[in-house]
Write a protein that binds this ligand. Structure first.
Ligand SMILES: [Zn+2]
Length: 209
């Protein structure tokens, strides 16, 4: 997911100071930033494969995903955004309460919204590294929880509020073949694609044939 800092609606998103960090930035000394796939590339529009091998190759993929996300100044990245057909996402994303969340989830599944929790929608704007330079308003539940595994195959559960809840939903959607623009009205989707056509990304992308 793209950072909200990079767009014109900055003033609408009040970012609290980071007072707490959950997770840590991995050692990326051997990691390589890879170019980002963009809307239209088939790998983004179908469900990715489940990860079954929790090996060194998976660790390298996660590190390269972090490197790619940081190079593109994103706050979340799914494996198919660097052309890899596997259910993996990484994040380094603030929530609305001043907590910076850093980590990865393998084979994520979004939990059903808890019945006992008030269904509050977050009205923020959203962008995606695979739809470069475009942003659109997209209401999403202001709370989300994802279950999956870590790189060693251990079960994990990650939950978040506000902007981080948006990120968890956005990245899980990617791995099932959906982009945020697929959730927009026809008109807003068209507008986002127009913004993309008129803009130039500040990071390397994979050309569509
Ligand atoms: Zn995205």
């Amino acid at each position: 997911m793209a950072d909200q800092h990079n767009h014109e609606h900055d003033h609408e998103h009040e970012e609290p100071e980071v007072t707490k960090v959950i997770g840590e930035v991995p050692d990326l000394s051997n990691a390589e930033a890879r170019p980002i796939t963009v809307v239209g590339n088939p790998v983004l529009h179908r469900e990715c494969q489940d990860v079954t091998a929790f090996d060194a190759e998976l660790s390298t993929l996660i590190d390269d995903m972090f490197a790619s996300m940081y190079a593109a100044e994103g706050v979340g990245l799914a494996a198919n955004q660097i052309g890899v057909d596997l259910k993996v996402f990484v994040y380094d994303c603030p929530d609305d309460e001043g907590v910076r969340h850093i980590g990865h989830v393998i084979n994520p599944v979004l939990e059903e919204f808890p019945a006992d929790r008030r269904r509050v929608l977050d009205d923020g704007h959203e962008g995606c590294l695979s739809v470069p330079t475009a942003y659109a308003e997209l209401p999403r539940p202001a709370y989300a929880a994802v279950r999956g595994q870590d790189k060693d195959g251990n079960p994990v559960r990650v939950e978040g509020t506000g902007f981080f809840a948006r990120c968890l939903q956005h990245e899980t959607d990617h791995l099932y073949g959906f982009l945020y623009i697929d959730k927009l009205s026809k008109r807003d989707r068209k507008d986002a694609l127009k913004q993309m056509a008129e803009g130039t990304p500040k990071y390397a992308t994979v050309p569509n044939n």
